[in-house]
Each structure stands twice: as C-alpha cells, then as structure tokens.
Design a protein around this ligand. Sequence first.
Ligand code: NAP
Length: 310
Amino acid sequence: MEKVIIIGTGCAGYTAAIYAARANLSPLVLAGSQIGGQLTTTTEVENFPGFPEGVMGPDLMFKMQEQATRFGARIEYDSVTKVAREDDGSFSVHTGGGEPRQARAVIVATGAAPRHLGLPNEKELIGRGLTSCATCDGAFYRDVPVAVIGGGDSACEEAGFLTKFASKVYLIHRRDELRASKIMADRALANPKIEPVWNSVVSEYLANDEGKMRAIKLQSTVDDSQSELEVACVFVAIGHIPNSNFVADLCERDDNGYILQKKGTMTSVDGLFAAGDVADHVYRQAVTAAGQGCAASLDAERWLADRGIH
Ligand code: NAP
C-alpha cells in the first residue's frame, strides 16, 4: 500500500511530488500521457519566478522531474483510467496496464487541456503561430496583427493582454454578442486595438512556406460567406477541458468538470486531494499550479499524520 499516489506530472504534480518526497512519504507519481503537462507544449516561459532570462517549458518540467526524483519520488509511466474508494477508506488507482495500485491518499494533478477547433493542420501549427496562452506567447508577436477566437472572459482577457504587443487584435466570435461578463466585454470592446469580428468561425488555418501561421479563413455564421484575414498568430480561447473524467464517479465536480476543493485542497472525498488546473479555472498559471501542488502535498501529509502514517 502506497502512502500517497500523485496523478499527473505538470507543475502541480511535480511540486506535490517534491514536497511529499521531502516529507519521506516516498510518493508514487503516475505520469499520464502528456509527461510534463501543458508547459511541454510551449516554448519559452518568461513568467515563472526565478528565471530572469526565461526558461524553455520542457526544460523547466525536466528540472522539476529531476528535483522530485532526487528526493525519492518514483515516477511510473502509466495513465490512470479510474480511482475508486475501497471499504477500508484507501484508494485503488486503476491504470491502462497491470494491477490497480493501492494508496492511503491520492493527489489528483492531471491539469486541463485547452479546447481546440479540431481543424486539420492545427497539431503542426501549435507553437508555430497557434497557441492557447496569451500570457505565455503574446510577447513573441510584437507589432503584427493577431487573432483571438472566442467570446468568453478568457478571450476578452487574452485580447486585452495582447494589445500590449500586437499591432491589432481581431476578436473572432461565432455570435454577435460576447458571452463574457459585462465588465470584461465592455473593456474589450472599448479598446481601440481590439476589432471584433462577429458571426464568424475559423474554417481553416493557412500556413506560410515555413509552416508558420500566415492567415485564417473565416466563414460567416449568417450567410456562409468566406473571407481571409492575415494574422501572425491565433490565440484559441474557447475554454479548457479539465482532465477529470476518471474521478467522475468519485468526487464532486462543477458543471464544467473542474474538481471541487472543499477544505484546502481536499475534495469531497476524505483523503483525495486536487491541485492545479484540474481544479482551477480562474488562474491557470504554471506558478499557481505549482503553489497548489505544494498545498496539496502539505494537506495530504497532515491528513496522513492525523492517521498515524508518516
Ligand atoms: P467560456 O466562458 O466557456 O467561453 C468560451 C467561448 O468560446 C464562448 O464565447 C463560446 O461561444 C466560444 N466557443 C466555444 N466553443 C467554440 C467553438 N467550437 N468555436 C467557436 N467558438 C467557440 O470559457 P472561458 O472564457 O475560458 O471561461 C471559463 C470560465 O473561467 C468562466 O467561468 C469565466 O468566467 C472564467 N474566467 C474568468 C476570468 C476573470 O474573471 N478574470 C478570466 C477568464 C476566465 P458561445 O458564447 O457562442 O458559446
């Protein structure tokens, strides 16, 4: 029986692992299919404290992994399909391969996946003019036109942030009214650098000879007419999908699937903790996820200690 199993290897998972390992809990970390989490899909990270020159996302995650294993965290490359509660209060963690692992406490740090449109060449363009994170990538697109897709708070926030760098920000929305809260919508629409493109969906991403974003093809949702818009980067802000389906039958989640934290990082289930983007739809930053990973590990450590497990 493991004392604690940590599910996920993004900033939250690795930070939880560092803390749990240093507390002599010898955590087992199950890596999941995207080892290192969302930062492995970005290039340079300029807003993680401690790296004044910036750090490459994959390098940062590799360093976190090294730090966790140095203190005794054990990492296994397996994807969790289900977590179930046993009669004695322990957890069984089911994976794609082998027997389920048993643990006294579990920290879920499986993150969220940005929603994409599902267009044919988007996989090739991610990181080459297609991204879901203005905070991460906005500064790379100075004095060029960019586009944000979406009409919610995220799209408005990203569009506003991007006006610091881009020459123009097209806000492409499939309706003629934003979903965003009034204050954020008003702020976006009052910004002279933001130009809304109403009743439009992106039907195609157009790449240049170097395989980077050159333009987008727009389709009107009113009359199906097509047009082309030149942009150097497209920021997709049509929501995130938390990776929480494997605990759907176990703990409480909100309507969008984010795990609810009830007491600190503890979920509705005693001994089950959640940290990072799988539980946080507001901040969604590497450093806030790391902070929550730390908190979840401390919460789990104290919870175990209360039960005489050290
Ligand atoms: P959201 O509110 O779900 O908005 C998603 C937007 O994307 C909607 O405008 C939606 O259009 C559009 N969309 C969805 N699928 C699409 C598709 N396939 N093609 C084109 N457009 C599509 O998501 P969010 O903006 O990420 O916000 C998530 C939550 O976080 C919300 O509760 C939000 O209030 C919160 N949040 C808060 C802040 C803040 O307060 N500072 C900042 C960011 C997020 P429709 O409108 O037509 O459905």
